[in-house]
Design a protein around this ligand. Structure first.
Ligand SMILES: C[S@@+](CC[C@H](N)C(=O)[O-])C[C@H]1O[C@@H](n2cnc3c(N)ncnc32)[C@H](O)[C@@H]1O
Length: 247
């Protein structure tokens, strides 16, 4: 990995590389975790916001059975463009990822039917900056979300634990009381690869992350830890999903 160029600039994030190189082998544990979380934690709500979707809609496959409306979001314009093409049906998400979830759900339908079902629930694709006090760039007043999902984003964006605390507070500001926050976080990572670039990893401890969530006024409902040793495109020891409910 010595010849990868280090960057923090998300303009260097190539959505096509990212989807191609994060196939079913890399995604199984995430898909299992999300399937389990939505089945076992009684997550329900009308409006779901996925934060830092990138070009990867795996975070909303299981979720789509439990909410009425889905909003995707990302900071990088090229990722939002990719998502828009996917939403319009110009791009398909990898078939084996969708099929894997269909099988977990024990449903009998084609990949296209399941993918179109998700597309129909998507009601918007927003620019977002979780470093901002107004992450969506407007005051959402009485129109907050009931469920927020975020895969491998919050800890990638925050450069230190103080910024992570701010990000959690900013994210919480668009979530209804009683709403659910489901996110994954890496540990032991120094970088993750996207194309010819490497984005630096962070090293918040699990206890720091949990305490941040509690201090921001959430109760933790579930914690699932996964080993990542041997993964090709990052050097994390592992990652975990936290399911929390806003008090
Ligand atoms: C590692 S990717 C995760 C993508 C996808 N959610 C997944 O799990 O594979 C991190 C994402 O965070 C987005 N991002 C970067 N800065 C951000 C910010 N300030 N606010 C929200 N998202 C941001 C990036 O554009 C990128 O899509």
């Amino acid at each position: 990995m010595a010849d990868l160029k280090e960057t923090r600039d998300y303009a260097n994030f190539d959505p096509y590389w990212y989807v191609e190189c994060n196939g079913i082998e890399e995604m199984e544990d995430d898909l299992d975790s999300l399937h389990r979380i939505f089945n076992e934690c009684d997550i329900r709500g009308k409006r779901l916001l996925d934060i830092g979707t990138g070009p990867a809609i795996y975070t909303v496959i299981s979720a789509s059975n439990y909410v009425d409306e889905i909003f995707l979001s990302d900071y990088a314009p090229q990722n939002r463009e990719y998502l828009t093409k996917w939403w319009k049906g110009e791009i398909s998400y990898p078939k084996d990822i969708i099929d894997y979830v269909i099988e977990e759900e024990n449903r009998h339908m084609t990949t296209k039917q399941r993918e179109d079902e998700i597309r129909e629930k998507v009601k918007g694709i927003y620019p977002i900056d979780i470093m901002s006090k107004q992450p969506l760039g407007f005051d959402i007043n009485d129109n907050k979300f009931d469920v927020i999902v975020s895969g491998h984003c919050l800890d990638e964006v925050a450069q230190n634990i103080t910024e992570f605390q701010r990000c959690i507070q900013n994210v919480s500001s668009v979530l209804n009381e009683g709403g659910f926050l489901i996110f994954s976080c890496d540990f032991g990572a120094t970088y993750y690869q996207v194309g010819e670039y490497k984005f630096p990893g962070k090293s918040f401890t699990k206890d720091e992350v949990k305490q941040t969530v509690l201090d921001a006024g959430f109760s933790i409902l579930s914690y699932i830890e996964i080993s990542a040793i041997g993964d090709k495109y990052w050097d994390a020891e592992g990652y975990y999903y936290i399911v929390a409910r806003k008090n």
